[in-house]
Ligand binder design. Structure first.
Ligand code: PLP
Length: 412
């Protein structure tokens, strides 16, 4: 008897996402993703915290949800309530916070309680790929609002809301990354925050505030969160430890009133997010967060300067960008002749990974010659070499830049 391999394919229902591609290792020069700096992980502090909290409270691991209930480890929520009050002006208690498995889970949970196929949401035109992909998969219509140096443009938002109202459409939410936007690195000014809240109230459309980069502003000073400024409670706020401590921990959080949080909690059916990570974070962050973050910011700023210098040297005026106000990304515009998706493919073959603009925008023509570079994880040396390699590929494929590192060369 011959045994044939079992065929699972006919059992998969229609509408599943395309299958994943097998991971084959990291490229030599990796400017993709939201990774952080490996040299800035506070390993000793996390080790000490882990030891201390496990010795003291390890027995609570015997219960789902520890001894804290379904919203997550209470000392972590208490740390967050204090931090959010001090930094973002949010007056909440630990009870208004739900710990989730990275803010990606927050996106899924919030989408699952608000959205059905055919709904409309408003987002920033250049936006986090994880959010765009989720909305696309859900069959939701996205209305993109352009940004300038002060973040989402309120004139364009007002026009979009008026237009939708005229068509009888009430969007389900306005999704924004107001404090160090991904990918543009802009910060929504306080005056615009006031306008945004006014528009949200006028049109009865809640705001979904994704604030995961707020700890990484170079100046260390951030405007108050929209959640803090709202007088009606029409804001849902999410955040993460991915950018301030480490993405692989997978710890994020949602802040919302109980009317919404109770619906979200009912959708979180995984019996709680990983307990060890929450315990270690709470133990580490309470005494160390405020000293760790300024050091992290300083290191990230230095890497950004290396990246901007390398781009200026290798691309000259062919690479245009604004110095971002914080974060881990640079949003770069190359000449219109450059197709960043094609550049991505050629660059990858040469060991340089970049994020092509169209994956981070719902305006494809606007983003076609743009790319996003993450500067947090590559070393200074890899940033320099990676940008030099990218410039060489760009010149060969697209004839720009004509000058590389101040040496005039003919396109080949
Ligand atoms: C704007 C934004 N939201 C959410 C996430 C998800 O982060 P995590 O799930 O690691 O908290 C990211 C990650 O890069 C992001 O850029």
């Amino acid at each position: 008897m011959t045994s044939q391999a079992f065929d699972f394919a006919p059992l998969f229902p229609a509408g599943l996402p395309a299958p994943s591609v097998k991971w084959t290792g990291s490229p030599k020069y990796n400017f993709t993703g939201g990774n952080n700096d490996p040299d800035q992980i506070p390993i000793d502090g996390l080790l000490a915290a882990s030891n201390a909290v496990l010795k003291r409270e390890g027995r609570t691991l015997a219960s789902y949800g520890l001894a804290s209930g379904p919203q997550g480890y209470k000392p972590l929520r208490e740390f967050l309530a204090t931090k959010l009050k001090n930094d973002a002006g949010i007056a909440c208690t630990f009870d208004d916070i739900l710990i989730v498995s990275g803010s990606l889970q927050a996106l899924d949970l919030i989408n699952s309680v608000f959205l059905t196929r055919g709904d409309t949401v408003i987002i920033e035109q250049d936006c986090y790929q994880g959010s765009i992909n989720r909305l696309t998969r859900l069959g939701v219509n996205m209305v993109g609002i352009p940004l300038d140096r002060d973040g989402m443009r309120m004139d364009a938002l007002a026009a979009a809301l008026a237009d939708l109202r005229q068509k009888g459409i009430r969007p389900k939410y306005i999704y924004t990354i107001p404090t160090v936007q991904n990918p543009t690195g802009t910060i929504l000014s306080e005056a615009r925050r006031v306008e945004l809240l006014k528009l949200s109230e006028e049109y009865g459309v809640p705001i979904f505030e994704d604030d995961c980069y707020a700890d990484l502003i170079w100046s260390g000073e951030r405007p108050p969160a929209l959640y803090a400024m709202s007088k009606t409670g029409g804001v849902i706020h999410i955040g993460s430890f991915s950018k301030s401590i480490a993405p692989a921990l997978r710890v994020g959080y949602i802040v919302a009133g109980w009317d919404v949080l109770s619906r979200i909690l009912a959708m979180k059916t995984d019996a709680g997010s990983g307990a060890l990570e929450q315990m270690v974070l709470a133990e580490y962050c309470a005494p160390h967060f405020t000293t760790h973050v300024p050091k992290l910011r300083k290191g990230l700023r230095a890497k950004l300067e290396t990246l901007m210098e390398a781009l200026n040297e290798q691309f000259g005026t062919a690479a245009e960008f604004d110095d971002p106000k914080g974060g881990i990304f640079l949003w770069v515009k190359l000449p219109d002749t450059v197709d960043s998706v094609k550049l991505y493919q050629s660059a990858l073959r040469a060991g340089v990974a970049i994020n092509p603009g169209p994956e981070w925008s719902i305006n494809k023509p606007h983003s076609q010659s743009r790319l996003r570079l993450c500067f947090a994880s590559p070393s200074h040396e890899d940033i320099r070499q990676g940008v030099a390699t990218l410039a060489e590929i760009c010149r060969k494929e697209f004839g720009v830049p004509a000058r590389i590192a101040n040496v005039e060369r003919a396109a080949t």
